[in-house]
Design a protein around this ligand. Sequence first.
Ligand SMILES: CSC[C@@H](O)[C@@H](O)C(=O)COP(=O)(O)O
Length: 353
Amino acid sequence: MIDAISFTNGTLRYLDQRFLPLQENYVETRSHMEAIEAIKTLAVRGAPLIGVAAGYTVILGLQSYEGTKEEFPAYFDRLIADVEASRPTAVNLFFATAKLKDLFKAHYAALSLEALFAAMNAAAVEIHNDEIANCDNMSRHGVELIKQDLAETLKTRKLTVLTHCNTGTLATGGSGTALGVIKLAWQEGLIEKVITAESRPLLQGLRLTAWELEQEKIPFYSISDSSSAFLMQKGMIDFGIVGADRIASNGDTANKIGTCAHAISAYHHKIPFYIAAPVSTIDITIDNGTQIPIEERNGDELRTIFGTQVATPTTPVINYAFDVTPNQFINGIVTDKKAVTGNYSQELQKLFT
Ligand SMILES: CSC[C@@H](O)[C@@H](O)C(=O)COP(=O)(O)O
């Protein structure tokens, strides 16, 4: 059983995803600066897991506080700012810090620091437990949608599904978003095999999704990112499903770079393409995908492959970590509350009421 993250007796323990699947290193820390570094370096990654890690990272920061109650607000502001500066795109991180900031605002005046910290600790644990439950709910709604949309094909055979990046236990702490749907669909006998796109440059699909599928004994093939259009052309893919790092209120979706190309290709080949993400990944405050901050990462991620230089150190590169898929290429957004299959601007808003 993969234990992506846990928090026990004030210690954060996580599986360092940078070295998977070749090395299974669990790291323990009580330092919030180390935890922030783990988020920045993708040792801990995936939108829901980043949110969970952000909550626990703030708790680590509270544990090491030694000042007075009067000095605490300035310390808390700095701590939150440091956590929020770790990665910009996954809105789950900001969902987690907002929850803790709300608690601070509501209770700082009335509670002792000890009682305030206890309330924040409970909130961080709740974020974690909620993300686990969200995965199960998303999986159920996703499977219903697949049964409905692909009913004709399912009368004669099982399905082949394309996915991108890693959206499983490693990315959520629960069964997964898109991969959670795939796992349940497999258990229910709907899936023949999974096609997992490698997800350059850090290979979350090739390294992490493949590793999870192997453990689940679900048949799969890994492909290079650029192969998906050809496989669709050859009729080798029945539908696509991926996760999200931030969904705008009109349904435009930021996810791992490469997602948009799969979605456009699926649209061209008339293949359904779905997003699976908890409501905590929807940023209802923004109108469309142009407002999503897209992380640009160090060019060495492209110029080197796991430490081996493959381009000159001076090769100029563009290294966006995410892209935005316009809502017109998305056949449905599966959330923990329900699956939304169109009219996104109206229907996503309703999830917040
Ligand atoms: C359930 S995870 C959904 C997304 O967070 C996932 O597809 C993704 O893009 C992760 O990116 P990463 O850069 O590995 O954190």
